[in-house]
Design a binder for this molecule. Structure first.
Ligand code: NAD
Length: 585
């Protein structure tokens, strides 16, 4: 039984086996050929295939001995990379005789695809290759040899690290034992293991062929691994552009395996994902979007990615929504994401400022950018925004709740209206954002990240900023609580705590207990002081992107914010004494 809804099936005979091939989408479009790994069948791709089928001719096949394809007889020697290459060529010739195909491989599907894309006889048949969680055995062999020949403590650490991650490869080389385990208890508990360890949703996956897929697939390892690692090919150069997607929490493969990959794949695009091994099941949206963008760029003769920002591997193509994006930290953050190739939604109550941010973001490198005029304190407007974004642009991958206003003045001079205004924007704005977009992220079940802009004022008391500091302390605690709640959904939450940053906030901040003239004077003076400090918002933006990549809980930015953070933990009495110092008027 196939779970590939709407797929057309056919059989391809090659080298004594019959391969079960499924096709979706319009055959006149470029062909994307998805190759599954171990222990899997083509159904591992069902979510990705469904997403790609609207735009491409999508083809999947069960590797020999897997799913509904027949197994070679005898099994030993029937799974060599040479035979797997014969199978690939037979499928490619059957489904796309006149045009090269875009290969996509996961796990062993990627290992064998590396062979396809580096041997001479497939030249001209492969337009591009997207690899995930499966290195070339030849590249891996050279990687090991290099570390053995010229060992340094770092290289030995890498070798031992990958050696430990490969424990299952040794087990699969033992005779009969893996077959007994897979056809017995392991085959029964595997779906539960995948759900628990990898958080793989159980929608019709794995299929009932799992025990025999896994038993036959052991020969993939036995027929190839030892021989190739001992004598890796020296001419294993990719003859098509390669996109490498590295899941950063892969328990079977370490990131360092790909350190020198540019040597073998000169046209290389790197992508990273904060995810475990089974990304075709856990991150189908992200994979489909990266595959589609890569295929389009190769078909269009363009170099991918256009973005060159430091974090382009991580944020390229992601959907990022930033509030308060019309000025200061929000605008700089929008630009940093644009440089990394993200799609940007710039939200601000100042529509013109948001539009300028969106326009500039496109020029900098965002493949798409939109402006939305919304007051974050307006619950209904935020609900409408969340609905519109989901329908028109998709579920956001990163949300930055950044919009905020300043309010200065003693507690006794702060009116209830003042309190309401600052709480509505600085706290309720963040609550609305987290609630509405956090719900969408959790429902999608494919991770994401929420950043809330708090402030060093969140942990540094001051007699001059009681209301502002209260809102920021609340944002900090909200972020910590939400981080705990959303961890199970693989959604990270980060609170950013800048110190003094040179933005417009000083010119718009309210000062309580004084008349308009005095307020204007104080605004000017604090703008001058912040200007003298001159810490640029771009550095806060950089800290935001880094905080997401490292999934940090709290990120104090600026030296004074870091110093105050340390004091708040180890010497809070010092901060309390500083808090009593009267601000100059
Ligand atoms: P900014 O005034 O330069 O930018 C804030 C932006 O938010 C403006 O474009 C403004 O129009 C928008 N905004 C304000 N209220 C809004 C609302 N209700 N709905 C939608 N948009 C709204 O200020 P900034 O310094 O970039 O501030 C950004 C965030 O950083 C704020 O949360 C602020 O509290 C925080 N922060 C700033 C500093 C600093 O020194 N500048 C320090 C710590 C924290």
């Amino acid at each position: 039984m196939t779970v590939l809804t709407g797929a057309r099936e056919r059989w391809v005979r090659t080298g004594g086996v019959e391969l079960c091939v499924a096709e979706l989408g319009d055959p006149s479009q470029p062909t994307v050929l998805l190759v599954h790994g171990y222990p899997d069948s083509k159904e591992v791709w069902s979510q990705v295939a469904a997403r790609l089928a609207d735009h491409f001719h999508v083809v999947l096949y069960d590797v020999r001995g897997h799913g509904r394809s027949t197994a070679p007889q005898p099994l030993r020697g029937g799974f060599t990379l040479e035979k797997l290459t014969d199978d690939f060529l037979a499928v490619a010739d059957a489904v796309s005789p006149d045009r090269p195909v875009h290969l996509v491989g996961h796990d062993w599907g990627s290992v064998q695809s590396w062979e396809f894309v580096t041997v001479k006889r497939t030249e001209g048949r492969i337009a591009s290759f997207t690899s995930m969680s499966g290195p070339s055995l030849d590249h891996f062999g050279h990687w090991i040899q290099k570390r053995m020949k010229r060992p340094t403590p770092r290289r030995m650490g890498q070798l031992l690290g990958q050696g430990a991650k490969s424990w299952y490869v040794y087990l699969l080389h033992t005779p009969a034992l893996p077959e007994m385990a897979w056809r017995g208890p392991l085959g029964k508990t595997w779906p539960r293991i995948l759900r628990r360890m990898e958080r793989v949703p159980s929608d019709n996956y794995p299929t009932s062929s799992l025990p025999s897929d896994a038993a036959h697939g052991a020969w993939l390892y036995r027929d190839n691994v030892r021989s190739r690692l001992r004598r890796p090919r020296t001419d294993a150069y990719a003859h098509a552009p390669v996109q490498l997607i590295t899941p950063l929490a892969d328990v079977f493969l370490s990131e360092q395996l790909y350190d020198e990959l540019e040597l073998w794949a000169p046209q290389l695009t790197r992508r990273t994902l904060p995810a475990k091994h089974w990304v075709p099941r856990t991150r189908p949206d992200q994979l489909a979007s990266w595959v589609a963008a890569f295929v389009r760029s190769v078909e269009g003769g363009r170099q991918e990615p256009r973005a060159t920002g430091r974090y382009a591997d991580r944020f390229g193509g992601q959907l990022v929504l930033i509030t308060g994006a019309g000025s200061g930290i929000g605008r700089a953050t929008a630009y940093a994401f644009a440089e990394a190739g993200a799609r940007v939604v710039a939200v601000d109550r100042d529509g013109e400022a948001a539009a300028r941010t969106a326009e500039m973001s496109r020029l900098i490198g965002a493949p798409d950018a939109w402006a939305e005029t919304v007051d974050v304190s307006d619950e209904q407007a935020m609900e409408k925004l969340a609905e519109k974004v989901a329908t028109e642009y998709g579920v956001v991958d990163v949300l930055v709740n950044n919009a905020g206003i300043g309010l200065s003045g003693s507690f006794l001079d702060t009116t209830s209206d003042d309190w309401r205004t600052v709480l509505d924007v600085n706290l309720w704005g963040v609550i609305h954002g987290c609630r509405l977009f956090g719900r969408q992220m959790a429902d999608r079940g494919q991770g994401g990240h929420i950043v809330n802009t708090a402030s060093a004022a969140a942990y540094q008391p001051s007699r001059a900023l009681p209301a502002y500091s209260t809102t920021k302390a609340a944002v900090l605690m909200l972020s910590e609580c939400l981080r705990a709640e959303l961890a199970d959904d693989r959604i990270g939450v980060t609170a950013i705590c800048p110190g003094f940053v040179n933005t417009n906030i000083t010119s718009t901040a309210r000062f309580t207990g004084v008349d308009a003239e005095e307020e204007a004077r104080r605004q000017k003076r604090s703008a001058r002081l912040y200007g003298m400090r001159n810490y640029p918002p771009e550095k806060v933006a950089e800290a935001i992107l880094r905080g997401i990549v490292n999934n940090e809980a709290v990120v104090p930015v600026t030296p004074e914010a870091r110093g105050a953070h340390l004091l708040s933990r180890f010497a809070p009495g010092v901060l309390r004494r500083i808090a009593r110092v009267k601000p100059p008027v």
